[in-house]
Unconditional design. Structure first.
Length: 65
């Protein structure tokens, strides 16, 4: 996986996006290899985590810009 260091700065929106991509891949693998109960116990709290990340990214963008 190639990441351009200049284009992929550590700004909050990029962090939220990368965490979302990794988390959704992990949930997809859980759905394939484990039961739906395990997947639900991981995916539902994760949805709140991701929503919180995007809220944090939006708030910090307002503060910075």
């Amino acid at each position: 996986m190639l990441i351009n260091a200049e284009g992929m700065s550590m700004n909050p929106k990029n962090i939220a996006f990368v965490v979302t991509m990794i988390y959704s891949a992990a949930v997809a693998l859980l759905a394939i290899f484990t039961s739906w109960t395990v997947t639900a116990w991981v995916a539902i709290p994760g949805a709140f985590l991701v929503a919180g990340l995007y809220t944090w990214a939006a708030m910090s963008r307002q503060r910075l810009g």
